[in-house]
Structures are given as C-alpha cells and as structure tokens.
Design a protein around this ligand. Structure first.
Ligand code: AMP
Length: 540
C-alpha cells in the first residue's frame, strides 16, 4: 500500500474541495455568524500566512485562550497546516497553572478572545516565551490593553494571503496539537497529539457503531475546544463536511436550547453538568429538540436517571462515552449490541449507563490484584489502554513514568468488565475531584489545610453533588488546643486567597480522627461512603 502521511491540513482541504457550500455557524459576543467551508478555508490559509509573517515557524507552539467559535476553528487548522503546534489553553486554570503551561509549552504567540484578556494581562510579566498576542474581537478597533506587541486577528487576516499552501511534507507523527491535563498534585501535564493520531481519531468518531458523525449532521460541541480538542469533533466534522454549530462564550442552558432548535442540531457533546442544566431548561421551556439524534456525554459518569429523562421525555437519544485528554479522547462508547435490543427496558438502561465498549483500533487490559480480572462485572482492576491515538508520554515531564509503563497507558480508572466486554468505572486511583468537567486536586487542598496552625489532619474527598457531579468536602481534625476556637469559616477564609474560587470545599466537616488503612494512609473510601449523601439536597 502507499505510505501516505495522515495530516490535519488535509482534513480541511477535503472540506474546501468537496463541501465548499456547507456551513460553520458561530456565535460570538456580537451575535451569530455564518461561514461556508470555502470561506473558512480561505480565512485559515490567511491565518497561516499571517502567523508565518509574524515569525511562527514549523514546530513552534501557538497558544489559544478561546471559546468555541469560528476563529478558534480556523486556528485548529492554521497552526498544524503550517507545521506548527496548536496549544489549546484551559481558561479555567489558576494563574499559577496558566503561567506554568504557557512557559512549559513555550508558546510563541497566543491568540486570545477579547473578553479573556484579563486572564493574560495579570500574568504577562511572567511569560518567558511569548513574542506576540493576537486579539480575537468582532470590533474593528483593538481594545485597550497593556499587552505588547498585540495584533488584531481580523486585521492580520485582511492583509494576508488566502492562497497559502499548507506544508505538504509533514511527518504524520509530528506534533499537531497539545493540551494540558490536571495532575494529582502540582502542575498540569502536557499531552501532545500527532497529525496521525488526530486523523485516526477522526475515523473512530465517524464509525456507525461509535458517534457515527457524518456529513448530514449538524454538530454542536458544547465541550470546550480547550478540552481534549472538544473531543476531536471540530477536526472530524470539518473532514466529513459536517455542519458545525459553535455556541461561543455564552452557553447557558437557555441559549443552548434555542440554538438546538434554531440550528436543528443533530449531534451535541458535553459533560453531564451541561446536560443536567439543559434538562431543567427543557422541563421549564417549550423547545423543539426533535432534530437531535445523539447527545454525547462523557468526562464524568452519566446518571442513568438523566439518560432516561432525555430519551423518554424528549426523545433525544443519549450516548455515554469515556475517554481522557491522554486518549484524544475517545476510548469507549456505550451502545447496545443488536441482540440486546429485546432486553427489558431497565436492563438496557443499565448497560447504556456503563462507560461502554472499547472502540475499534484500541486495545485494553484490566489489571487487578492477581493479574487480568475476570469479565464477570464484579472483579475490579485498573484500566490500561493502548492504540494509535493514545499518548505515550507527558511532554517533557518525569511523571511520564507513573502513567506510561510497558507500552500501556495506566488510566488510574478502576473498572469492572462484564461478560459482554462492557466496562464500568467504579472508582479512580488518582486523587482528583471532577467538578462540572474540571479537575480539583484534593492533595493540594489537603496540603494547604494542613499548613494551617490549627489543623492536625485533613483529608479532602469527592462527594456527589446534584449539579456539579462531584464537589470537594474537607474532613479536618483540629489540634486539641484549637478545638473550640477555630471554625469552618476560618479555614475557608484561610484557603480562599490560595485557590480559584471553584476549588474551595463545599463544606468542612470536623472529625475526631480520620480513618486509616493498615499502613497509615487515609482511608478515603470510608470518608466517601460516610459523606456520600452530604451534598444532596437538604442533607448538608
Ligand atoms: P480529562 O482528561 O479531563 O478528560 O479526564 C479524564 C478522566 O475523566 C478519566 O480518566 C475518568 O476518570 C473521567 N471520565 C471520563 N469520562 C468518564 C465517564 N464517562 N464516566 C466516568 N468518568 C469519566
């Protein structure tokens, strides 16, 4: 067979060639904009040529701080198309972590949405590699900023060359993108995506037994474009000529519901928190959602009650999927096998609420205490994955050794496998709390609490929350001398200046002692069991 490299640039070229009339619908702060793939193609080529003009060359990192909109989509292709590397920066990171990821990736330029400027202005003096900022704004005039040098995105484009040729001789294993993921403690860890990985992941998204993404879809990724490339949807959708509906900076449930109705969205994707919010809006409003053929849900476990509500009340088919930043991200997706269609409704729902079946192209292994676990839905073990769109290291990071061993990614997710091969996540070994799709480090909160003079021991655990899936609750043992003088409010006030607001524990519970394992580690499982209903309505 021919050895033809799989490149990100060729994905856009296909859309330009075969689907020039198909549309990208994009909402920004100034309203809804429509572009054809022909226009997106020209604007993207202009952007590549403009980036080249301001000094970006092959291999350089191009950072983005942006919502889901057409300009972000253009950078998705402009950077890899010219052989540079797209670095999508998570805009919810703390200042410390923003500084770390930008410096660690050595971003040469940063493209930033106008409304996100304060995020960068506050840290600009600590950035060591950035040579220019490009501001994405709908206004003709650049906003006031103390960043320097700054360019206007639209102005750069207007002066640039729309016939720019994407680099042809790119090694398919060369980096095309990167994204940082939270660590159990300390700085985020970088994951680099190759051209080849992104294209193969695109195939995986289009398979009939996975997300079945196709040209006829109208796809609205609510999952941010800085989160594992919005699950690879912008790449795959462009390649397939799918209409894209990009919801922009304001994705309130109401605006999402309206966009679904007005743009006749067929596929949408996001974390459970988004779908819980939308469900409430659908219950209260009167929207036509009949166009939707798949609500893709991942990032945290999808509650089966929610799946049922979407499907029975709103006839919106739900697809539960599992993956990680390290895995591009699609790993498993939950669909019934053809011979399971006749099972009782509850049994079918139980299967579909699991994380699902491994997608073609990947391999898995589940390691328990005595080697590979039995496929009995009972024995638990850690999920190990390998495949052509799975990272094999963290970027310039010694923590690589913890997760990538013997040719496998050790996911840190504890699962069971049933006799059909369907996995169910039952626990995680990584000490992180996932709140509304974003990670909070329990270790960092514990360390901060234990630095307080009154605190003898502290353990922070994930507790189920009706809106955010999980929230942190801190269990604290006070030193005897402080038992009557220090309150939960005092400790909250102590934590407040050290963390982003959304990291602060929802509650601080005082205990006489923290249960421990035989080797003296905190027995978090027992704390989680004890607190499992703590944040459900009315119990706190
Ligand atoms: P991230 O890299 O931020 O996308 O997070 C990946 C992690 O999120 C996984 O290792 C799991 O712990 C968790 N996760 C992702 N999808 C699911 C899911 N469908 N159900 C439960 N946990 C999930």
């Amino acid at each position: 067979m021919m050895n033809m490299p799989l490149t990100v640039g060729s994905m856009l070229e296909r859309a330009e060639k075969f689907f020039p009339k198909k549309e990208v619908v994009s909402r920004t702060l100034s309203g809804v904009h429509r572009f054809t793939y022909e226009e997106i193609g020209k604007r993207t080529r202009r952007l590549s040529s403009a980036l080249e003009r301001i000094g970006v060359s092959q291999g350089d990192r191009v950072g983005t701080l942006a919502w889901n909109h057409h300009r972000h989509l253009e950078i998705y292709f402009a950077a890899p198309g010219m052989g540079a590397v797209l670095h999508t920066i998570n805009l919810r990171l703390s200042q410390e972590h923003l500084v770390y990821v930008i410096n660690h990736a050595e971003d040469k330029v940063i493209l930033i949405d106008e409304d996100l400027l304060p995020l960068i202005e506050g840290i600009k003096d600590r950035l060591t590699s950035v040579e220019a900022f490009i501001i994405m704004s709908d206004n003709d005039e650049l906003p006031e900023t103390d960043l320097s040098p700054v360019h206007s995105y639209e102005e750069l484009l207007s002066e640039a060359d729309e016939s720019y040729e994407f680099v042809k001789d790119i090694d398919e294993n060369a980096p095309a993108g990167m994204c940082y993921t939270s660590a159990t403690t300390g700085n985020p860890k970088g994951v680099v995506y190759s051209h080849r990985g992104i294209v193969l992941h695109g195939f995986a998204m289009a398979l009939a037994d996975t997300a079945a993404l196709s040209e006829s879809d109208r796809c609205m990724p609510v999952v941010p474009m800085f989160h594992a490339n919005a699950w690879g949807l912008p790449f795959a959708a462009t390649w397939l000529g799918t209409t894209q509906v990009l919801p922009g900076p304001q994705f309130t449930p109401k605006l999402l519901a309206e966009f679904i109705e007005s743009e006749k969205v067929t596929v949408t994707a996001g974390v459970p928190t988004i779908w819980l919010g939308l469900l409430k809006e659908l219950d209260e409003g009167n929207y036509d959602t009949s166009s939707v053929r798949a609500v893709l849900c991942g990032g945290s476990a999808a509650p089966s009650g929610m799946i049922k509500a979407y499907e029975t009340k709103y006839k919106m088919p739900f697809l539960h999927a599992y993956g990680m930043t390290e895995t591009s991200p699609l790993v498993t997706l939950s669909r019934l096998k053809s011979y399971q269609e006749d099972l009782p409704e509850q049994d079918k729902l139980d299967i579909r609420a699991k994380q699902g079946l491994l997608v073609p192209g990947l391999e898995m292994k589940v390691l328990g205490a005595n080697g590979e676990v039995a496929w009995d839905g009972e024995e638990m073990g850690e999920l190990l994955i390998r495949g052509p769109w799975i990272a094999d290291e963290y970027y310039k990071d010694e923590r690589t050794e913890e997760a990538f061993r013997d040719g496998w990614l050790h996911t840190g997710d504890v699962v069971t496998v049933d006799n059909e091969g369907v996995i169910k996540i039952v626990d995680r070994t990584k000490d992180l709390i996932k709140s509304g799709g974003e990670w909070i480090s329990s270790v960092d909160l514990e360390n901060a609490l234990m630095a307080h003079e009154a605190v003898f021991e502290a353990s922070v655990v994930a507790v189920a929350h009706p809106e955010w899936q999980e929230r942190p609750v801190a269990c604290v043992v006070l030193k005897d001398a402080y038992k009557d003088t220090v309150s939960a409010e005092d400790l909250q006030a102590f934590l407040k200046p050290q963390f982003a607001k959304w990291w602060l524990p929802d509650d601080i519970v005082f205990l006489d002692e923290i249960p421990k394992t035989s080797v003296g580690k905190f027995l978090k499982r027992s704390l989680r069991d004890k607190l499992k209903d703590h944040l459900l309505s009315g119990t706190k």
